[in-house]
Design a protein around this ligand. Sequence first.
Ligand code: COA
Length: 317
Amino acid sequence: MRIIGTGRAHPSKIVTNAMLEQFLDTNDEWIKTRTGIAERRVISSEKLEDLATEAALKAIADAGLTPKDIDYIICSNVVSEYITPGLSCIVQGAIGARCACVDINVACSGFVYALDMADDRIKSGKAQNILVVAAEEPSRMVDWSDRSLCVLFGDGAGAVVVSHGEGMICSRLTTESKTDCLYYVRNLEPTPYITKEEYGAPMYMNGKEVFKTAVLSSSRDIKRLLDKAGLHPADIKYYVLHQANMRIIEAIANWLKLDMSYFPHNVDYCGNTSSASIPLLLDELAKGGKLQKGDKILMSAFGAGFTTGACIIEWTK
Ligand code: COA
């Protein structure tokens, strides 16, 4: 497969660190030093499906296609107002496409998993033009009185259209069931028969554990992919990494002995937008004229599960 179009949509509300100081015992200095985040975009009046639809339509237009040309939609999403139907079904109706749709929930690694699935589907000849949308609102998973978590996240939607071509060089997906360091549990409806104990609570994260696991797993994935592709770290034009924390990105840059010009970022003004962070950044690079035909891009993500997804693509647009 190759990427032939990109798009993105941000919520209108910008929440700065100073705004958080008004109701949390926190400060700009702590947040910037520990995470690199200065502000984030957070859903207020919008619906997540509207952001997903906007990003999708932009990606389809950028690809020079119409929604009728899309023959499969994969939507990466952790939470939205709907449990069912999936966000992909809602986006399909909103853009006026007619095709099979599927939602996946692989936490922050979802976009890379979706690209890998799209690659397989195109290779098998089952689809021609696939829309991949990653739409996330992690701001709705955290307790906004918990300063250790709510400062970290932002919302948004990024999309790509992929088609037949030679853009995917290699990919690597891993999952290691480790459910105690990052989770969000919701209460289901009661029934007259439930006898077990259940609870729902906002997101829980063991930040230090996730930090360590993220740096180690992403570094491992990057090394394996570079070896597999026979590339040196400096052969990659951009490392488009999951945007969780600037310190994680800097640790990986140090480990690769590369300067930060290889590591574009949006975590400073978007926060951690979960699986939307990579396609948001990719669209920004593409629209900003930063990508040339033949550039190699390495994407690497990690998330709850614990899951990781990484791939090297060649920019062919
Ligand atoms: N403002 C001010 N102080 C805060 C704070 C905030 N927003 N949040 C936490 N603190 C305090 C803590 O209460 C603690 O105080 P104490 O020492 O008096 O107990 C102190 O700051 C240090 O907290 P700690 O959790 O040790 O900080 P840290 O250096 O580990 O940074 C994270 C916390 C969350 C920024 C960091 O662990 C991290 O980024 N982890 C990875 C998260 C991630 O990538 N998640 C996404 C996965 S997809």
